[in-house]
Write a protein that binds this ligand. Structure first.
Ligand SMILES: CSC[C@H]1O[C@@H](n2cnc3c(O)ncnc32)[C@H](O)[C@@H]1O
Ligand SMILES: [Zn+2]
Length: 433
């Protein structure tokens, strides 16, 4: 069998339904797709243009970051140690008033550099001037689900909300047939979006079969606001509007009671868990073990770099694993395998992309990463799941492939000019302080 690329002798964790893994495994790629995977003995018939020696590496599907505001890398460290509303209203919104499409594109390029170098191959993003984010992701060679944020006040991008829907329609037309960029409908939250905006956005998502992504129940202040306005919890409010569904991805879901959890489960709604952002803004702890028990699909997200302050899925995974242990007093919750599934295949499921990415299987896109395992902090290795969650870090990533193309090889960026981008952001940052 002739192929373009053969990854040989790696410790392969497929993250597929059967959790198949090989200590000495191989994976063959032709074009964008995985065409064979298994033990090295089973792949002796493979003849490849290029071989990658993965003898000292763990081979994994690329991480799926299900909730980002990529261009907020521009505001990394601008305002720390504040609660959500104070942080947003007094620091972030004034800085965002100075944004242009070019600046959003630059911030997104910086985010792509950081995400690629830490093993993320797919991200789901909500922001202003989101076409610029889509273009940055495309230049980087990454996979992205992009969405212009919709809310009930004028946007610097499209103006009044009526124009927002026309803008999103144009985005859908523009990116519709792109192999790696998908558009989604992204109303900000129940507190910044009136019921008719939410229903119209959901209808559009339904018509085009696209994800519907929204911030939900992030803080107690949000819950009180929605209770006062509609007499329901934020989750019950969305349920009554008919916008909870398997297409719906709700970010945060921190302040949730048993009824809210039952509503998410009954409607098939997915959750984006952002533990570091929730901890930094002191929003609280999302009841993720209860979500999993109820059968709710949960993916992992970093949120923006202004509330985290990085886009590093390794630290997000380790935080998720540790936080829920200490919160529940039960060290068996959120074991390493469960957390790694959230960062890969479950994240892909939340984006409706599990037929394409999130696991290493024949017929899926070749979105994969190599984690080197020869450093002292990775030695010895009894269990690769344990090492990925509790020992490894982003500096252990050596190679990242998206759709069969190396976007980061031997710790070097292939698709973007890191020096130019970092210099551009340093210069741009002068106008925000
Ligand atoms: C999400 S893009 C639109 C808008 O949302 C702001 N934002 C960033 N992080 C959060 C968060 O955790 N909750 C709510 N809103 C957030 C962002 O700064 C943009 O203005
Ligand atoms: Zn967010």
């Amino acid at each position: 069998m002739n192929v373009d690329l053969f990854v040989e002798n790696g410790w392969i964790l497929t993250m597929d339904g059967g959790d198949r893994a090989w200590e000495k495994g191989g994976m063959a790629v032709r074009g964008e797709e995985i065409v064979a995977i298994g033990s090295m003995e089973s792949l002796s018939h493979i003849r490849a243009e290029e071989c990658i020696n993965a003898a000292e590496a763990i081979v994994l599907p690329g991480f799926v970051n299900v909730h980002t505001h990529a261009s907020m890398t521009l505001f990394r460290g601008l305002a720390d140690d504040l609660p959500l509303m104070n942080w947003l209203e007094n620091h972030i919104f004034p800085a965002e008033a100075k944004l242009t499409e070019n600046l959003v594109g630059l911030g997104a390029e910086l985010a792509c550099l950081e995400m690629m170098a830490s093993g993320t191959t797919t991200f789901c993003d909500m922001y202003l001037f989101e076409n610029a984010v889509a273009e940055a992701a495309n230049r980087a060679g990454m996979r992205a689900v992009v969405g212009e944020v919709l809310y009930d006040f004028p946007s610097p991008c499209y103006g009044p909300i009526e124009k927002g829907f026309a803008h999103v329609e144009k985005m859908i037309e523009r990116w519709n047939s792109h192999p790696r960029i998908t558009v989604a409908l992204k109303p900000h939250s129940p507190y910044l979006c009136a019921p008719d905006l939410l229903q119209k956005a959901f209808q559009m998502a339904r018509t085009h079969q696209l994800p519907f992504v929204i911030h939900l129940s992030e803080t107690l202040a949000e819950k009180e606001k929605i209770l006062a306005a509609y007499g329901k919890s934020p989750t019950a409010h969305l349920a009554s509007l008919g916008v909870l569904s398997p297409q719906t991805l709700a970010a945060h879901c921190v302040v949730m009671d048993g009824e809210d959890i039952a509503l998410l489960a009954e409607t098939g709604t997915c959750v984006a868990h952002n533990p570091q952002s929730n901890m930094k803004l002191a929003s609280g702890i999302a009841p993720v073990p209860a979500f999993l028990q109820a059968g709710i699909p949960v993916g992992l997200g970093t949120d923006g770099a202004a509330s985290n302050n990085d886009l590093n899925m390794f630290s997000e995974m380790r935080t998720a694993a540790l936080l829920h242990k200490v919160a529940s007093g039960d060290p068996t919750v959120m074991d390493a395998r469960t957390v790694l599934r959230m960062a890969t295949i479950e994240g892909a499921r939340c984006l409706g992309m599990d037929h394409k990415t999130g696991s290493l299987e024949v017929g899926k896109q070749a979105d994969f990463i190599l984690i080197r395992r020869n450093a002292p902090h990775m030695t010895p290795m009894y269990n690769p799941f344990s090492h990925v969650i509790y020992a490894a870090g982003r500096n252990d990533i050596s190679d990242v492939f998206v759709a069969g193309r190396g976007v980061y090889r031997n710790r070097t960026f292939i698709t973007l000019d890191a020096e130019r981008i970092c210099a551009g952001v340093r210069e741009a940052a002068r106008s925000f302080c």
